[in-house]
Design a protein around this ligand. Sequence first.
Ligand code: NAD
Length: 505
Amino acid sequence: MLSDLQTNIDKALGYLKKVQDTGVRNRIGGEDIALNAGETFEVVSPVDGKKMVDCAKGTATDIDRAAKAAKAAFPAWRDMAAKERKKILHSIADKIVERAEEIAFLECLDTGQALRFMSKAALRGAENFRYYADKCEAARDGQTLPSPTLLNVTTRVPIGPVGVITPWNTPFMLSTWKIAPALAAGCTVVHKPAEFSPITARILMEIAEEAGLPPGVWNLVNGFGEDAGKALTEHPAIKAIAFVGESSTGSHIMRQGAETLKRVHFELGGKNPVVVFDDADLDRALDAAIFMIYSLNGERCTCSSRLLIQSNVHDDFVEKLKVRVQNLKVGHPLDPATEVGPLIHQIHMDKVCSYFDIAKEDGATIAVGGKRKEGEGYYVEPTLFTNANNQMRIAQEEIFGPALTVIPFDSEEEALKMANDVIYGLTGYVWTSDVTRAMRFTEKLEAGMIWVNSENVRHLPTPFGGTKASGIGRDGGEYSFEFYMETKHVGFATGYHNIPKLGAS
Ligand code: NAD
């Protein structure tokens, strides 16, 4: 996969040609809907801003058909032997591996993410399916909770057809992350991918049906949030919505789903701190801080966008940081040397660039970067803000780009206060060699996921999710099943206990 740029581009365009021939179609109840059957929109490449492919612009009518197909397919999928479901999910994983290069190349073209990361993201998607394939057989397991008069047992049953709404950043991996546990639980799915990057979701669903997934178990409706997305969240046949995206969209979805009492699971935005104390291994902390904000173009919910650094090591650390940020290789996403690719879309690039002016207005210094790259495509310079404080907008708002805000602190208390003083609470990263301090600090840090002396390293059984405005609920391991399943209790009487005899005398 890591050939030279021109070879990669040629291959990627070959893969794209196949998608262009048909366009990105919706698939409902096992049937493709030709693009000329409805409205379409153009998907543009972040590399040059030019049209890559047409995509179906799904409507409320398409969602209605898809939700009904998911409802019709639900009983058989729910009742299929878990062994069979397991086999299909493993086969999906195998087929993802077979098409990993195609998926990675198209993901790079569609999102602007660098190949060095996307080649792993495709395989990670396969791992997600494998992990949940192996959980199929135990998914319904419950507990035995005997009381003196009853044998109480619990089981888990799939909640029904669910809606999955995904964002444009790492769309392939995130789709697998939601859909694999839903299928393992026995739910059927209507998936609405993000409009900026819909290509690989279509490949994933084709793979799933080739792997033996029955028609209607997984339905794909592309389109925009305000029509297809909204209709999905409002549909009465859809029992739950798994959503990954912006916090403000989460609020909309909650309102939209209120009428039909939707269960929701939200993975939302973040403004995550990396807190570096003076006793840390500063070289490793530097590597991790850079990796966690500039990899994936900073378009990553778990990115460490605020660096809180102890004052006595601040100057030295920032000098090293500047050199490294200046050296980051910005380039074509299919170039194996590229570390930072173009941002997803003109609209998003404009948003990221607006923070360069905001930083200056608020009195921060742009120590590195702070400009859009000249020429075609949505490239921006990796940026470092210094002389900042935690009240500035660059410290409070999710920029979702390759821009890091550095803020010094003197004491542990001050670091903790600043770390928590944002509306978000997704991840936190703490660097110290004092284990007691690490325990004290992580106990009080308001975040769903915290790493000590490490970058974000995901272990699939662990819970993934945020607190405050960063989310509701957890994914990963058994946690995903809590969302996609209902826990049911049955009490069997073990003898003839006294039942109150109302109206008997
Ligand atoms: P977004 O909220 O704009 O869109 C996400 C999805 O929601 C898209 O498919 C969109 O079409 C759909 N949508 C928009 N409005 C809708 C509505 N009213 N009803 C139903 N669906 C609607 O987010 P984005 O810009 O695509 O993604 C970036 C955001 O996602 C960032 O805030 C990032 O932090 C967040 N994110 C969070 C996680 C996490 O795990 N916490 C992971 C990845 C991304």
